[in-house]
Design a protein around this ligand. Structure first.
Ligand code: SF4
Length: 227
């Protein structure tokens, strides 16, 4: 049976250490070669797989070079260039408007503060955290995506549901030196083993400390529903 460590802090540390051993090369899987490309890739990745985004950005990043290109193109044309991405019309609007602001208010540079980033169209705290961490080497929070959200709840690190609240709790218990890596480790484990619908608890390095482990627990703490 999975028995969590005595405190959430110990649980978070143990999880991080074990996952780091399991996924030593864990890192961001979006492809980009500069900060603007990173920002655009992250905006596109909302409710879309990184794999699909990487396919689409291959030609996108060849066609458009800098914020002015995106700001000046008709929105319909940009949307057409993104048409294999979920919500491509909305995302084309966000990208165009964010690039207009970057060109006009930020001298063509992607801003490096949370406030300025979250002022951009289509950029919430999660996107801003990714851009700060990978574009500016500024780590001031933990990126909470769907995998982090699910695993944190399943593993008993939080009972919160909203990403902002989960992040607030995680930064209290995850060692600061792991704030960036924690996300990538959860994403790798969430893709490989602890999947949303059918986690493979029998082959999980966290099984003995996981309070949702299927063979002994009836409830998936991520959803609060029975397995
Ligand atoms: S795969 Fe199972 S045991 Fe492992 S973290 Fe997910 S729910 Fe827990």
């Amino acid at each position: 049976m999975g028995t969590p460590r005595e405190t959430r802090q110990e649980q978070a540390e143990d999880i991080t250490e074990r996952l780091e051993t399991e996924y030593p090369d864990s890192t961001i899987s979006l492809r980009y070669s500069n900060r603007l490309e990173l920002l655009i890739a992250v905006i596109l990745s909302a409710q879309c797989t990184d794999e699909r985004v990487n396919q689409e950005t291959k030609h996108l990043f060849e066609k458009y070079d800098g914020p002015k290109d995106y700001a000046e193109v008709p929105q319909d044309e940009l949307a057409e260039d993104l048409n294999s991405i979920t919500y491509y019309n909305n995302k084309a609007g966000y990208i165009k408007s964010a690039c207009e602001a970057i060109a006009e208010k930020h001298d063509g540079e992607v801003p490096d503060t949370m406030d300025e980033l979250t002022d951009l169209s289509g950029v919430g705290r999660k996107t801003a955290n990714v851009v700060l961490q990978h574009g500016h080497d500024v780590v001031e929070g933990i990126v909470v995506d769907t995998h982090v959200q699910r695993l944190s709840r399943r593993l008993g690190l939080t009972e919160e549901k909203r990403p902002e609240r989960i992040e607030e709790e995680l930064i209290e218990i995850v060692p600061e030196s792991y704030w960036q890596q924690f996300t990538h480790l959860c994403i790798d484990h969430g893709r490989a083993v602890c999947t949303a619908r059918n986690p493979d608890c029998s082959d999980c390095v966290l099984a003995d400390i996981c309070p949702s482990e299927k063979s002994d627990n009836e409830i998936d703490l991520a959803s609060g529903e029975p397995w």
